[in-house]
Design a protein around this ligand. Structure first.
Ligand SMILES: *[C@@H]1O[C@H](CO)[C@@H](O)[C@H](O)[C@H]1NC(C)=O
Ligand SMILES: [Ca+2]
Ligand SMILES: [Ca+2]
Length: 323
């Protein structure tokens, strides 16, 4: 009943949350692998990108012009006609604005994107919608965050402000060197477990492609596989040594999941955000880990850097495994 057990429990809980999260992530990405449109979550966490980048995007249709009250007073024919004309002509209906902006029509009836007033953001349902910015300020929701960031556009402060993690800002303990070394051990094991879990529930869902299934099947059927569960760091390290081959594919697979916008063999801050932002509050070494992964400090994590971070040997790094 010592502190050891407590730590294990905490790790186990973290692991569950993590696996759940990764499955969701895999679900979203795999569900729409060919679509041009970026996955919404990824767009939410615009991080470290230059302001000039005006990524076109992604929200639901702006709800402009369809005033339900007007539509429902439909007994008055005139009213209906006016509403319909308005809808047909509203140039904002098909005009998408990036996060933090909304569409407005200017004097010559042209749609344009303007900064959203944070006061018009929906009230957050709970603390889990809060966002911690890199200014260590808590924002009520990502809508509030991006609206605020938009208002600062063009300023140095706005340029430096990014979404750091999900949840209210809190004290994040510094990551000690030995903790930093443990991080990839656990993450590697999680990645393998996530893939196996996807494989197990794949029959109806088609979460994995045939090619991916074939690779995971080998891991799944290997009797020497370390089953998902609480394992000491020593055991994880030993298993990595003994069953090294089982870890090669999961590491590549996760890279492919993240390298989507664009698919270029490099992970930008934005591409990493879906993994980073939910993880930081649970794993205080996340930021250090990804910083340290970017060995050449060019702000992108290349496949080689990524694989290296997880202890995959250079001769086993294979672009063809990223599918
Ligand atoms: C960030 O804010 C939290 C909560 O207000 C505080 O506990 C923490 O010390 C702050 N961190 C830094 C680095 O200032
Ligand atoms: Ca990329
Ligand atoms: Ca790099």
């Amino acid at each position: 009943m010592g502190p050891k057990l407590k730590t294990d429990r905490r790790l186990k809980l973290k692991m569950r949350v993590w696996i759940f999260f990764l499955i969701c992530l895999a679900g979203t990405t795999l569900a729409a692998p060919t679509e041009e449109e970026p996955v919404v979550e990824e767009e939410t966490f615009v991080e470290g990108e230059p302001i000039v980048e005006e990524e076109p995007v992604v929200e639901e249709e702006p709800e402009v012009g369809a005033n339900p009250v007007q539509v429902e007073t439909g007994e008055f024919d005139e009213a209906i006609e006016i509403v319909e004309d308005f809808i047909a002509e509203n140039p904002c209906l098909n005009h998408h604005c990036k996060k933090g902006k909304v569409c407005e029509v200017d004097d010559s009836n042209q749609p344009m994107c303007v900064c959203q007033d944070p006061l018009t953001c929906p009230a957050p349902v709970g603390e889990f919608e809060h966002i911690c910015g890199t200014d260590n300020k808590t924002y009520e929701s990502s809508c509030h965050f991006f609206a605020t960031k938009c208002a600062l556009e063009g300023t140095k402060k706005g340029h430096k402000l990014h979404l750091d993690y999900i949840g209210p800002c809190k004290l994040i303990a510094p990551c000690l060197n030995n903790e930093l070394n443990e991080f990839p051990l656990r993450m590697r094991d999680w990645l393998k477990n996530v893939l196996v879990a996807l494989f197990e529930r794949d029959e109806e869902n088609n979460l994995l492609t045939e090619k991916q299934k074939l690779r995971v099947k080998k891991i799944y059927e290997n009797e020497k596989r370390l089953e998902a569960g609480e394992h000491s760091l020593d055991l994880l390290a030993l298993d990595f040594e003994k069953n090294y081959n089982m870890y090669i594919y999961p590491v590549h697979w996760q890279f492919g999941q993240l390298d989507q916008h664009p698919i270029d063999g490099f992970l930008s801050h934005t591409e990493l955000a879906p993994l980073r932002a939910p993880l930081i509050p649970m794993e205080h070494c996340t930021t250090s880990f990804f910083e340290h992964c970017d060995a050449d400090k060019d702000k992108y994590i290349a496949l080689e850097e990524w694989a290296n971070c997880f202890g995959i040997k250079e001769q086993d790094i294979d672009n063809d495994l990223v599918i």
